[in-house]
Design a protein around this ligand. Sequence first.
Ligand code: ATP
Ligand code: MG
Length: 442
Amino acid sequence: MAVMIQRPKGTNDTLPSEVRKWHTVEKITDDIASQYGFKEIRVPTFEDTGLFIRSVGETTDVVTKEMYTVTASGDSQFTLRPEGTAGTMRAVIENGILNEGLPQKVYYRLSCFRHEKPQAGRLREFHQFGCEMVGSASPRADAEVISLAKSVLDTCGLKNIVLNINSIGCKNCRPNYHKALKDYFFARKDELCGTCQERLEKNPMRIIDCKSPVCQEIAKDAPVITDFLCEECSEHFSKLQEYLSAMGIEFTLNPKIVRGLDYYTRTVFEFISTDIGAQGTVCGGGRYDGLLEELGAKPTPALGFGMGLERLIMTMEKQGCDFMEDKKCDLYIAPMSEETVSKAMELAASLRQEGYFVEYDLIGRGLKAQMKYADKAGASFVIVLGSDELENGKANLKNMATGEQSEISLGESFVKEFSDLHLNNMFGSAEADIEALLGGKK
Ligand code: ATP
Ligand code: MG
């Protein structure tokens, strides 16, 4: 036998038995996003490499170490998207969406690619649900976007998620902060990791985000951005806090949150779970008022977040949250011989047309094996089709839960009779549930 080829490190297969978890978060994110008036946008998996360098930032980990860059026939350089904001903003600008009235509110679910060291909660291909709002500079927009993210997490059933917020200032106040950071870190330059020594000149704020324990220890006493905010940024930040309180959203002020991407200004935030270990940030986002201009549009404020769906599902699993159940088979038809197979096909087609979930034997197995299969598929009803049934134009419909058998015509009225019995079955069980409930209360 040939040697098996395995999936690349840091990627996942989502198996049919697990996919309902994804369907659950897909349904919830679709529903919540549309409740807030966000419309879905779909963008390419790869973009011009320059787009990410310009938006995510030349000195970030993502750009310096983590990008999957490919060249096509030697002419252009493309990169598999490491995140969703850059491509989404490129599409918003390129397609003239900015002229369609503001704010524009879009969301996406997409795969992201980062060449990181794979570990729990850190993959090389992962998925994000993201929302972006373009055209509002008001802290109302910040509160709205945070509220949307929170609503998704709540609807997923998550508990113990902490919201951390911070403001990282704007191009007016951040230079003063950078200077203070440089002074602070320069005094301990030799202790910093190699990457941070490089960051010291170009992007000292990144040091605060460094994952190395030594750098983290040194960064503990570093100056905090909130002491350097200009009046406008301060005002924006305190308004946001006021709005969040009004919305009943609890938050923690955390001046150490600077976020890993360069394009952020003012508000940054993270939703953190303590249940999934070191990679606990389920959702991160913030304002990026300078990005659209950087990408060639007229200056336009914007903000958004990215939610890691693997981390979201992991937290839901850890906390025992509910996932949608797979749809169960309504009817399994067991043809007993070749001559009854076409009848099975005909019956299945007529029910499927009405929206029922129907299966029949596709292998040519005996009755026992077929019943085992029907049981595994969770079939509500089973029909066994032999030559007698074919001759009489009638069969027995077996209710798998109760064992009850009802005669059903295989002719014109088949669909109608089946749907009556199916309805009865559902209604019957609801009635039984109510009885059980009442019984329990007495
Ligand atoms: P981290 O600090 O964990 O590296 P980040 O700041 O790089 O996160 P963002 O770029 O803000 O993350 O991406 C938003 C979200 O996407 C994260 O909060 C996380 O849930 C998820 N995410 C980021 N990188 C990965 C990854 N390699 N594997 C799985 N999920 C990820
Ligand atoms: Mg990262």
